[in-house]
Design a protein around this ligand. Structure first.
Ligand code: MD5
Ligand code: FE
Length: 203
């Protein structure tokens, strides 16, 4: 079922539940080729969320900044190809939310272990901000912070659970958002972690 959050943002509750086993297997395959790592922010902090990517380009950060690249500059490797299931699911969900021409070229895979968090930020490293972002939550539940257009604006807390998909587009594309520290637990399908797939059109 669809749950509107704000203009341009809609939660497709449990939308990925049936695909979850295949999605988790595909994450394993990507990570076997390109392991999760903790990136360093331009400010010098180690991110608590571990990341890898698949697709034509991948997102990462280092001392030089936040950006997309065809290669992981830490080792010169290209990213694994985006599994067809990933692309199809993201495209289909964007369409269900009213974005009919979304073709992602990047999939950032975030892995949260207990205590890992993502501070309030905006996603604005993509070329065309009229393109939505599709995010898929798997494994342990997390409390998502949904803010406004300035860092200091009030935030709403939204629980995102295994299989939930959110399409962030229109005016909600540039809202501040974050993830509160993950509570420890064990998920029957994913174990002691939360994964989030974020599909973007970077170029
Ligand atoms: C996560 N990841 O759960 C989130 C899901 C990231 C990130 O934030 O940058 O890797 S994507 C949430 C999102 C994306 C774009 C816009 C908005 C939320 N929003 O307007 O709230 O790991
Ligand atoms: Fe983000």
């Amino acid at each position: 079922w669809q749950e509107p959050l704000a203009e341009g943002a809609v939660i497709l509750r449990r939308r990925a539940r049936d695909d979850a086993p295949a999605l988790l297997a595909a994450i394993e395959t990507v990570a076997a080729q390109h392991p999760f790592t903790h990136r360093i922010t331009p400010g010098g902090y180690r991110m608590s969320v571990a990341m890898t990517n698949c697709g034509d380009v991948g997102w990462f950060s280092d001392a030089r900044g936040y950006r997309y690249s065809e290669q992981d500059v830490s080792n010169g490797q290209r990213w694994p190809a985006m599994p067809p299931l990933f692309r199809q699911l993201a495209q289909q969900c964007a369409q269900e939310a009213g974005f009919s021409h979304f073709t992602p070229d990047a999939c950032l895979i975030n892995r949260y272990t207990p205590g890992a968090k993502m501070s309030l930020h905006q996603d604005k490293d993509e070329r065309d901000l009229r393109q939505p972002i599709v995010s898929v939550s798997l494994g342990l539940p997390a409390i998502f912070q949904f803010g406004g257009f300035a860092r200091g604006d009030a935030t709403r807390r939204v629980l995102l659970e295994h299989g939930d998909i959110v399409v962030w587009g229109g005016p909600s594309r540039l809202r501040y958002h974050g993830i509160l520290p993950l509570k420890p637990g064990v998920h029957p399908a994913a174990g002691a972690v939360r994964y989030n797939l974020t599909f973007r059109r970077a170029n």
